[in-house]
Design a protein around this ligand. Structure first.
Ligand SMILES: NC(=O)c1ccc[n+]([C@@H]2O[C@H](COP(=O)([O-])OP(=O)(O)OC[C@H]3O[C@@H](n4cnc5c(N)ncnc54)[C@H](O)[C@@H]3O)[C@@H](O)[C@H]2O)c1
Length: 323
């Protein structure tokens, strides 16, 4: 039950405490108490909203691809700490096991599956397993991804296809495997990881740019498909996040020595603005708020502004290194 008092009444009553008179009249004391009760109620309402927020993921089934490292792992851990059951998939068994161990140490629940997100049948099999075992899939985070660094004349078709397979088709498979179930329940949330490279073209990123622009376009279209339903769809655009993605990038032959990788990883580290834990925090907050776009890091915010102000000449403003 909410008490009611006008703002000026409350201020008026409280203001009397600071006045020059030594004693308050009974009606003033009552009004002051009334004001304090109202404020306490507001505080109570606010803390119950916060409590509601902290209960948001309790007993939710959250599926995350690429959960063995970086953003996927950090998001899995945070969501498990907030009470979700995590269905974690990846292609690296040891990394996946280590994510599960961290979740278990934090008192959370996690099941792991070795699933290659480019394998449509395997992704659909996992969806069937999750839905038959748990009865539902509440949130699906299509996160698995790989990087590539090759100028267009050095970019071979197999590499281009591999990047599209993981970074784009993996997202499509993960969306299509779960969305019929979400539509049937009129409930659920698809969260697809694009990038700031889903907005702007960058030298040596033709394959990655193609995949991430495609994820953005695909996710936007799916969001329009779901308009009017309770199925939410979010596209995440991280700026630079300090993960091993650059070190593990597919590089052109002759540029993929340990020294090359080390140099690339060092250059990448100099550019990143956020940790995986910060990225996870932003994703978790964005999911709670049901945001259509989730931007991670001030670099993402800055790039978003620049690409809107300079839709053609953003490259000059951002001063991409040209070799
Ligand atoms: N790190 C950044 O700066 C950054 C910026 C923008 C977008 N992103 C995107 O965020 C996502 C996560 O990247 P990250 O930085 O945490 O990288 P990461 O390398 O730390 O993690 C990626 C995970 O995906 C897994 N993976 C790769 N191919 C897979 C496949 N075929 N099937 C299943 N799992 C597979 C890897 O094993 C790894 O565990 C990616 O989609 C990436 O493109 C990252």
């Amino acid at each position: 039950m909410r008490a009611r008092a006008s703002f000026s009444e409350i201020l008026g009553a409280l203001g009397n405490f600071g006045g020059s008179r030594k004693f308050l009249g009974l009606s003033e004391i009552l009004r002051a108490i009334y004001g304090i009760v109202v404020m306490a109620n507001i505080r109570h309402d606010y803390s119950s909203i916060q409590e509601g927020f902290s209960m948001f993921f309790k007993n939710k089934i959250v599926v995350i691809s690429g959960a063995g490292s970086g953003i996927g792992r950090a998001t899995a851990i945070q969501l498990a700490q907030e009470g979700a059951t995590i269905i974690a998939s990846d292609i690296h068994r040891d990394n996946l096991a280590s994510t599960a161990q961290k979740i278990s140490e934090a008192g959370g629940r996690c099941q792991t599956y070795m699933v290659d997100s480019t394998d449509r049948d395997a992704v659909f099999d996992l969806a069937n397993t999750v839905i038959s075992e748990h009865g539902q899939a509440d949130i699906v985070i299509n996160n698995a991804g790989i990087a590539n660094n090759a100028r267009i004349d050095e970019l071979d078709l197999d590499t281009f296809k591999r990047v599209m397979d993981v970074d784009f088709w993996g997202v499509v498979h993960g969306t299509q495997a779960y969305i019929p179930h979400m539509i049937a329940r009129d409930s659920g949330h698809i969260v697809n990881i694009s990038s700031i490279f889903g907005w702007i073209g960058v030298p040596k990123q033709a394959a990655y740019n193609s995949a991430k622009f495609a994820v953005f376009g695909f996710t936007e279209a799916v969001r329009q498909d779901m308009a009017g339903s309770r199925v939410k769809v979010s596209c995440v655009h991280p700026g630079g996040i300090d993960t091993p993605i650059a070190r593990n990038a597919i590089l052109p032959q002759g540029q993929d020595s340990d020294a090359d990788r080390e140099e690339m990883a060092t250059r990448f580290k100099d550019m990143v603005h956020s940790t995986p834990a910060q990225a996870a925090e932003t994703i978790v907050r964005g999911i709670k708020k049901g945001k259509a776009r989730i931007l991670i890091g001030r670099d993402a915010v800055m790039v978003d502004v620049i690409r809107r102000l300079f839709p053609v000449n953003y490259g000059r403003i951002l001063k991409f290194p040209v070799e």
